[in-house]
Write a protein that binds this ligand. Structure first.
Ligand code: DGL
Length: 265
């Protein structure tokens, strides 16, 4: 008998759906409950205490839904989640460690740019893994605060003149730095792949979905938490904001799911 309880996934808004998408592809038999904290988005310009308290509230909500594991599909929340181990006794997986390690492995010249929210960059969570000079003497690392991208993405500004200019103005200084790997250190930025690749066409973009899915797989197997493989999982998407607005924001999300539901955390 498998464990058919849902897996909780959360983000400050719609960005974590880029991770959920990959999780659904990797785990078709699992049930997922996604929380997008649209009401409090963006997190990236809040203080560590404010973010940690929102992370607690969402986690408590997910625990009340009897999830068997939690994926923090938000770098900013991951960077402010170390307190969860004090009251959570199911596996909690953040996106930063698997993504940073994967980027290091993929980069050949070790010239790496990490694009993330202001709060993620300030937390130095990526630096601790990627900027280990004693291990990787060669290569330059760039940690770029890009919180303004989040607001633009939540406002559905992508693949248009505004978004291409926004990204070009911000990242143009990297274009002659021979960067071979760009870490999308914010789950919203998967939606800016086209904009970022236009400025840095030779760089490989690493998003959090794949490395996080691999880590979740290891944990589900190790802890014997996998769902029965003959079943099709259900996907519930919830928001702390306006569900109708969220439906409009996520027309790009092509995975089957129930109508977006409003929750209070
Ligand atoms: N998607 C989030 C991340 O991965 C944060 C966006 C925000 O600032 O709310 O960091």
């Amino acid at each position: 008998m498998g464990n058919n309880k849902p897996i909780g996934v959360f983000d400050s808004g719609i960005g974590g759906l880029t991770v959920l998408s990959k999780l659904i592809e990797t785990f078709p038999s699992e049930n997922f409950i996604y929380v997008g904290d649209t009401l409090n988005c963006p997190y990236g310009i809040k203080s560590p205490d404010e973010i940690a308290s929102l992370v607690t509230r969402i986690t408590k909500y997910l625990l009340s839904q009897e999830v068997k594991a939690i994926v923090i599909a938000c770098n900013t929340a991951t960077a402010n989640s170390s307190h969860l181990k004090n009251f959570v006794n199911i596996p909690v997986i953040g996106v930063i460690e698997p993504t940073a390690k994967y980027a290091l492995k993929m980069s050949k010249n070790k010239n790496i740019a990490v694009l993330a929210t202001n709060a993620t960059i300030d937390s130095k969570s990526y630096n601790k893994i990627i900027d280990r000079k004693f291990l990787f003497k060669k290569g330059q690392k760039y940690f770029v605060k890009c919180s303004e991208f989040v607001t633009a993405i939540e406002n559905q500004q992508f693949r248009n003149d505004f978004s291409y200019k926004l990204v070009k103005d911000k990242l143009d200084f990297l274009s002659d730095k021979n960067i071979d790997t760009v870490v999308l250190g914010c789950t919203h930025f998967g939606l800016y792949s086209s904009e970022i690749s236009k400025v840095l066409p030779k760089a490989k973009l690493i998003d959090c979905g794949e490395p996080t899915s691999k880590l979740l797989k290891e944990i589900l197997v190790k802890d014997r938490l996998e769902a029965d493989s003959y079943r099709n999982g259900k996907v519930i998407i919830t928001t702390t904001g306006d569900p109708l607005q969220v439906e409009k924001q996520i027309t790009w999300f092509d995975k089957e799911h129930q109508a977006v539901k409003k929750i209070i955390i």
